[in-house]
Design a protein around this ligand. Sequence first.
Ligand SMILES: O=P(O)(O)OC[C@H]1O[C@](O)(CO)[C@@H](O)[C@@H]1O
Ligand SMILES: [Fe+2]
Length: 191
Amino acid sequence: MNEILRPFDIDFDLTTGLSRLKKASKRYLSNMADMFYDTEKAGDILKNEDPLIYEFYEMGIPETVGDIAFGTSIVYPGKIGNEYFMTKGHFHTVLETAEVYFCIKGKGYMLMETPEGQWDAQEFAPGKAVYVPKRWAHRSINVSPTEPLITFFAFRADAGHDYGTIETKGFRKLIVEKDGRPVVIDNPRWS
Ligand SMILES: O=P(O)(O)OC[C@H]1O[C@](O)(CO)[C@@H](O)[C@@H]1O
Ligand SMILES: [Fe+2]
Protein backbone atom coordinates (compact mmCIF):
# COMPACT_ATOMS: atom_id res chain seq x y z
CA MET A 1 0.00 0.00 0.00
CA ASN A 2 1.26 3.50 -0.74
CA GLU A 3 2.54 5.42 2.23
CA ILE A 4 0.43 8.48 3.04
CA LEU A 5 2.20 11.26 4.88
CA ARG A 6 0.72 13.30 7.67
CA PRO A 7 0.86 17.08 7.14
CA PHE A 8 4.18 18.57 8.22
CA ASP A 9 6.24 21.72 7.93
CA ILE A 10 9.96 22.40 7.73
CA ASP A 11 12.21 25.45 8.07
CA PHE A 12 14.61 26.69 5.39
CA ASP A 13 16.86 29.55 6.39
CA LEU A 14 16.65 32.38 3.84
CA THR A 15 20.34 33.28 4.25
CA THR A 16 21.95 29.82 4.23
CA GLY A 17 19.20 27.75 2.59
CA LEU A 18 19.71 25.13 5.32
CA SER A 19 17.16 23.53 7.63
CA ARG A 20 17.70 23.15 11.36
CA LEU A 21 15.48 20.06 11.37
CA LYS A 22 16.95 17.97 8.55
CA LYS A 23 20.35 16.93 7.30
CA ALA A 24 21.24 17.95 3.76
CA SER A 25 22.85 15.68 1.17
CA LYS A 26 26.28 16.97 0.24
CA ARG A 27 28.22 16.72 -3.00
CA TYR A 28 31.93 17.33 -2.87
CA LEU A 29 34.29 17.75 -5.81
CA SER A 30 35.40 14.12 -5.37
CA ASN A 31 31.78 13.04 -6.05
CA MET A 32 31.72 14.77 -9.43
CA ALA A 33 35.30 15.55 -10.54
CA ASP A 34 34.69 14.14 -14.05
CA MET A 35 31.75 16.46 -14.62
CA PHE A 36 33.90 19.58 -14.83
CA TYR A 37 35.43 19.86 -18.27
CA ASP A 38 38.90 20.69 -16.89
CA THR A 39 39.39 17.31 -15.23
CA GLU A 40 43.13 18.00 -14.88
CA LYS A 41 42.39 21.10 -12.78
CA ALA A 42 39.86 19.13 -10.71
CA GLY A 43 42.55 16.50 -10.07
CA ASP A 44 45.07 19.16 -8.98
CA ILE A 45 42.61 20.67 -6.50
CA LEU A 46 41.78 17.25 -5.10
CA LYS A 47 45.42 16.71 -4.18
CA ASN A 48 45.04 19.39 -1.49
CA GLU A 49 41.34 19.73 -0.66
CA ASP A 50 37.89 18.42 -1.48
CA PRO A 51 35.60 21.46 -1.66
CA LEU A 52 31.89 21.18 -0.98
CA ILE A 53 30.25 22.10 -4.29
CA TYR A 54 26.55 21.92 -3.32
CA GLU A 55 24.04 20.48 -0.92
CA PHE A 56 20.34 19.80 -1.19
CA TYR A 57 17.46 18.30 0.71
CA GLU A 58 15.82 14.98 0.03
CA MET A 59 12.74 15.11 2.19
CA GLY A 60 11.90 11.44 2.06
CA ILE A 61 8.65 12.10 0.27
CA PRO A 62 7.35 8.77 -1.07
CA GLU A 63 8.13 8.39 -4.76
CA THR A 64 4.52 7.80 -5.66
CA VAL A 65 2.05 9.30 -8.12
CA GLY A 66 0.43 12.39 -6.63
CA ASP A 67 3.26 13.25 -4.24
CA ILE A 68 5.51 16.28 -4.70
CA ALA A 69 9.20 16.18 -3.82
CA PHE A 70 10.64 19.51 -2.71
CA GLY A 71 13.53 21.12 -0.88
CA THR A 72 16.26 23.68 -1.16
CA SER A 73 19.44 23.37 -3.17
CA ILE A 74 22.53 25.38 -2.25
CA VAL A 75 25.35 25.72 -4.76
CA TYR A 76 28.43 27.33 -3.24
CA PRO A 77 30.54 29.99 -4.98
CA GLY A 78 33.71 28.84 -6.70
CA LYS A 79 35.19 27.60 -9.96
CA ILE A 80 37.14 24.65 -11.30
CA GLY A 81 39.42 26.41 -13.79
CA ASN A 82 37.01 28.85 -15.40
CA GLU A 83 33.91 26.67 -14.95
CA TYR A 84 31.59 27.71 -12.14
CA PHE A 85 30.48 25.41 -9.35
CA MET A 86 27.30 23.64 -10.45
CA THR A 87 25.07 20.66 -9.75
CA LYS A 88 25.65 17.36 -11.56
CA GLY A 89 22.44 17.82 -13.50
CA HIS A 90 20.02 15.18 -14.68
CA PHE A 91 17.09 14.18 -16.81
CA HIS A 92 14.06 12.80 -15.01
CA THR A 93 13.70 9.06 -15.42
CA VAL A 94 10.05 9.73 -16.23
CA LEU A 95 11.09 12.14 -18.95
CA GLU A 96 7.62 13.67 -19.27
CA THR A 97 7.81 15.39 -15.86
CA ALA A 98 8.56 19.05 -15.20
CA GLU A 99 10.09 20.85 -12.23
CA VAL A 100 9.97 24.37 -10.85
CA TYR A 101 12.75 26.27 -9.05
CA PHE A 102 12.37 29.51 -7.10
CA CYS A 103 15.52 31.52 -6.42
CA ILE A 104 15.79 32.72 -2.83
CA LYS A 105 19.32 34.11 -2.92
CA GLY A 106 22.32 34.49 -5.19
CA LYS A 107 22.98 34.76 -8.89
CA GLY A 108 23.20 32.03 -11.44
CA TYR A 109 21.65 30.08 -14.26
CA MET A 110 19.58 27.02 -14.88
CA LEU A 111 21.19 25.34 -17.89
CA MET A 112 18.81 23.02 -19.73
CA GLU A 113 18.75 20.76 -22.78
CA THR A 114 16.50 18.21 -24.43
CA PRO A 115 17.51 14.80 -25.83
CA GLU A 116 16.84 16.28 -29.28
CA GLY A 117 19.51 18.96 -28.83
CA GLN A 118 17.59 22.10 -27.89
CA TRP A 119 19.24 24.09 -25.11
CA ASP A 120 18.40 27.07 -22.91
CA ALA A 121 19.83 29.00 -19.95
CA GLN A 122 17.49 30.93 -17.65
CA GLU A 123 18.81 33.40 -15.13
CA PHE A 124 18.42 32.89 -11.38
CA ALA A 125 18.07 36.00 -9.23
CA PRO A 126 16.25 36.39 -5.90
CA GLY A 127 12.49 36.32 -6.46
CA LYS A 128 12.68 34.66 -9.90
CA ALA A 129 11.12 31.29 -10.63
CA VAL A 130 12.40 29.06 -13.43
CA TYR A 131 10.18 26.46 -15.04
CA VAL A 132 11.95 23.35 -16.28
CA PRO A 133 9.54 21.79 -18.77
CA LYS A 134 9.15 18.04 -19.13
CA ARG A 135 11.95 16.41 -21.19
CA TRP A 136 14.58 19.04 -20.25
CA ALA A 137 17.74 18.02 -18.36
CA HIS A 138 18.67 20.70 -15.81
CA ARG A 139 21.76 21.91 -13.96
CA SER A 140 22.03 24.88 -11.54
CA ILE A 141 25.14 27.04 -11.88
CA ASN A 142 26.34 29.65 -9.38
CA VAL A 143 28.07 32.61 -11.08
CA SER A 144 28.50 34.78 -7.97
CA PRO A 145 32.08 34.98 -6.66
CA THR A 146 30.91 35.30 -3.05
CA GLU A 147 27.31 34.21 -2.41
CA PRO A 148 25.69 30.79 -2.39
CA LEU A 149 22.96 30.19 -4.97
CA ILE A 150 19.90 29.12 -3.01
CA THR A 151 16.85 27.75 -4.80
CA PHE A 152 13.68 25.99 -3.71
CA PHE A 153 12.59 23.18 -6.04
CA ALA A 154 9.46 21.04 -6.45
CA PHE A 155 8.77 18.15 -8.84
CA ARG A 156 6.59 15.08 -9.24
CA ALA A 157 7.86 12.69 -6.58
CA ASP A 158 7.87 9.64 -8.86
CA ALA A 159 9.93 11.42 -11.57
CA GLY A 160 13.27 9.80 -10.65
CA HIS A 161 16.77 11.00 -11.52
CA ASP A 162 18.57 9.85 -14.66
CA TYR A 163 22.20 10.88 -14.13
CA GLY A 164 23.70 8.40 -16.60
CA THR A 165 23.26 10.42 -19.77
CA ILE A 166 24.81 13.57 -18.30
CA GLU A 167 27.59 11.63 -16.56
CA THR A 168 28.69 10.04 -19.81
CA LYS A 169 27.97 12.76 -22.37
CA GLY A 170 27.85 15.96 -20.30
CA PHE A 171 25.71 18.94 -21.31
CA ARG A 172 26.09 20.30 -24.83
CA LYS A 173 26.83 23.73 -23.41
CA LEU A 174 28.92 24.99 -20.49
CA ILE A 175 28.75 28.27 -18.60
CA VAL A 176 32.25 29.55 -17.89
CA GLU A 177 33.86 32.80 -16.82
CA LYS A 178 35.46 34.86 -19.59
CA ASP A 179 36.81 38.37 -18.93
CA GLY A 180 35.07 38.33 -15.55
CA ARG A 181 31.63 37.47 -16.98
CA PRO A 182 29.63 34.28 -17.46
CA VAL A 183 29.42 33.11 -21.07
CA VAL A 184 27.84 30.08 -22.70
CA ILE A 185 30.26 27.97 -24.75
CA ASP A 186 30.08 24.65 -26.57
CA ASN A 187 31.26 21.80 -24.37
CA PRO A 188 34.53 20.69 -25.97
CA ARG A 189 34.07 17.22 -24.44
CA TRP A 190 30.47 16.69 -25.53
CA SER A 191 30.07 13.62 -27.73
O1 LIG B 1 20.26 16.02 -8.62
P1 LIG B 1 21.44 16.91 -8.97
O2 LIG B 1 21.62 17.11 -10.42
O3 LIG B 1 22.67 16.49 -8.26
O4 LIG B 1 21.06 18.34 -8.44
C1 LIG B 1 20.53 18.50 -7.19
C2 LIG B 1 19.25 19.22 -7.24
O5 LIG B 1 18.32 18.67 -8.16
C3 LIG B 1 17.31 17.91 -7.50
O6 LIG B 1 17.68 16.57 -7.73
C4 LIG B 1 15.96 18.19 -8.01
O7 LIG B 1 15.92 18.22 -9.41
C5 LIG B 1 17.36 18.29 -6.08
O8 LIG B 1 17.38 17.20 -5.25
C6 LIG B 1 18.55 19.19 -5.96
O9 LIG B 1 18.11 20.49 -5.84
FE1 LIG C 1 15.05 17.42 -11.44
